[in-house]
Structure formats: structure tokens, C-alpha cells
Design a protein around this ligand. Structure first.
Ligand SMILES: [Zn+2]
Length: 324
């Protein structure tokens, strides 16, 4: 499905089979000199076909097209190796390029998940089904790195990078100030809440995410073009909802911890999730994984706010209220 949103700016809907996200919004700006494609899809047949069909229908020549990728997740980055030609520039952010380059497998995440109470025998299964393992890019193209406030010009569109860490470490949006268009990747979504995961002890991604939301709220925006689902008109109202959602989650965890000391996996099992399943034990293991990562990001935030205390015993990490 293709839709012209603004003059020469199109949305191509890319299916994401078996993903609860359902589809990805790829955006294309057509320009006689160089076109710009924003985000790509999973590295799998259905995504490639939809992208090729869309580009063909728009008469977009990939040989004259640069690609901007908002963040490293496979539904945005995965298809890039199938689309880049010789002269294609691939714009990306520095923090995530460093993560990709230093990536040595999932073992540090697996170890950390185990210390947070995730059942060890489930971990391999959880990660073998992780989209990064199944639908990642075949190889890493040469990347043109952009920092906050760097610009890309494409036709009448002057796009400025807005660094928005939180959903991922280097997540970057694009802002067209004159036209008040904001291309948000997974930073702001409608209908669904961007997931904020934490799989490293010293990080506080939820704090970064909330700060990034405040940063974007200051911009003048008429239309948000998100990475999934519907376009958003009132970005400040949506940002307020997202902030409220996380405030409620933090509160929920404090109430759960009134029952006593627990690890993150146990806490996640007691939180409310938008998943159709009879009970926590019926959650697919991949959803338990995402839920636990989300619980940890909230626990890290509460710990840094000095509301809770982290304790470690025989390598297992548990949390308790600071003032029970
Ligand atoms: Zn994402």
C-alpha cells in the first residue's frame, strides 16, 4: 500500500509477518537528484517484495536513492543489505554503529537475564526467536554517521536529525521545521507504546526516553510520521499519554514490591500486559523476554530515583522498596 502524504513524500506499508507490530511505515521522498528512503523492514521475502513493488510503482530507482535508518531494530534496519547499491549512502547514528560493531553475540544479555531471574533453560529459545537473529541484515553496509542537529536535504525537504535515545541507545528522528513534519521512528507511536528495554546494569534507558519525549514536545509539529501504525496529529497529547503510561508502570511496580523483595522476572510476571494469554506462564517466551526487559528499565529508573534498592546475592539481582 502506497500513500502520498505530502508533495513527493510517500508512505509504503511493509508487512511484518508474525510480528505484533503488523506493518512498518517506510517513507520515500522523491527528488530528481537523489531520493531518500527512511527505514526498510525485516530481511525477509515478504518485506523485500512489498518494498520493491512500492518503489517500482513510484518509479524510484534504488541506484539514485540514499537510505536513512532511525534505529538498529531488525524491522527498520534488517532489509538494508538487500536495497543498497554501489552509490547508495546509508545514514545512521554513531552509538548504534558502535553497538553493532562490538556485538559478540547475545551471551552478555543472556547472562544478565539469568541474573534477573529469567529461567535459564528458556533463554536460548527466547533469543533464537529474536527478530535480530532471524531477520537482521546480511552484512553491514558502510554507514554515513549523523549526529544530533546534522541535516539531510532532499528536494524541498530540509531534514534535521533529532537524537532521541530511549527506545534504543542512538535512536534518531528527522524534523522538517518549516513544514512541521516529524519522522519519529519508534520514538512516538500511536495505539502502541514503544517498548523500553534494559539489558545492562549501568544503563537507565527510561530516563533517557522520558527526556527525549520532553525534547520533542518542545518542537512545533503538525504531523508525526511514525515507524508503525497511524500518523499522529497532536504530538504533545500523545507524548503526555506516553509519559503518563510510564508513570503508571512505575507506580504499579512500587505496589508490587510492597509484597516483598523480588527479581525482575517475578515482577514482570505480576505486571499487567497487553497480551492475549490466560496467564504469565502462557506468554510466548519471546514476550516474557520483552516484558522482563521492560520491567528492568522501570526498575533501573526507580533505583536511580532512590525509590528502590537493588541487592545481589549469589549473582541473582533482586529489588526491594527503600522505605517499605
Ligand atoms: Zn524499534
Amino acid at each position: 500500500m502506497i500513500e502520498e502524504l505530502f508533495t513527493d513524500l510517500f508512505r509504503i506499508e511493509i508487512p511484518l509477518p508474525q510480528s505484533p507490530l503488523k506493518t512498518l511505515n517506510a517513507y520515500v521522498i522523491k527528488d530528481p537528484n537523489r531520493n531518500l528512503l527512511i527505514d526498510t523492514g525485516f530481511n525477509r521475502k515478504e518485506c523485500l517484495e512489498a518494498m520493491q513493488d512500492g518503489l517500482r510503482e513510484l518509479s524510484v530507482d534504488l541506484g539514485k536513492t540514499d537510505i536513512f535508518i532511525t534505529h538498529l531494530h531488525a524491522d527498520h534496519f534488517g532489509l538494508v543489505s538487500k536495497l543498497t547499491g554501489k552509490s547508495c549512502r546509508v545514514y545512521f547514528n554513531r552509538p548504534e554503529m558502535e553497538l553493532i560493531e562490538s556485538f559478540e553475540g547475545f551471551h552478555t544479555m543472556i547472562e544478565y537475564a539469568g541474573r534477573n531471574g529469567f529461567p535459564e533453560d528458556q533463554l536460548e529459545a527466547a533469543l533464537s526467536r529474536h527478530p535480530a537473529n532471524l531477520y537482521g541484515s546480511d552484512w553491514l553496509p558502510e554507514l554515513s554517521l549523523l549526529d544530533d542537529r546534522d541535516t539531510i536535504d532532499c528536494g524541498p525537504y530540509h531534514l534535521q536529525c533529532v537524537s532521541t535515545p530511549g527506545h534504543t541507545a542512538g535512536h534518531t528522528c528527522l524534523y522538517e521545521a518549516d513544514k512541521k513534519i516529524f519522522i519519529s521512528g519508534d520514538h512516538i507511536l500511536d495505539d502502541i507504546t514503544p517498548n523500553i528495554q534494559c539489558w545492562m546494569d549501568e544503563q537507565n534507558p527510561l530516563k533517557e526516553y522520558l527526556e527525549s519525549l520532553d525534547k520533542v514536545a518542545k518542537l512545533e509539529v503538525d504531523r508525526v510520521l511514525p515507524g508503525h501504525r497511524r500518523l499522529i496529529k497532536d504530538h504533545r497529547a500523545r507524548i503526555a499519554e506516553l509519559k503518563d503510561h510510564h508513570k503508571q508502570r512505575l507506580q504499579e511496580i512500587l505496589v508490587i514490591l510492597e509484597q516483598g523483595r523480588m527479581n525482575a522476572f517475578q515482577i514482570a510476571s505480576k505486571m499487567t500486559w497487553d497480551i492475549v494469554a490466560e496467564s504469565w506462564d502462557d506468554f510466548p517466551v519471546s514476550q516474557q523476554w520483552f516484558a522482563t526487559g521492560e520491567a528492568i528499565s522501570h526498575l533501573k529508573y526507580l533505583e536511580k530515583e532512590e525509590k528502590i534498592i537493588q541487592e545481589e546475592e549469589n549473582t541473582i539481582i533482586r529489588y526491594k522498596l527503600r522505605n517499605p
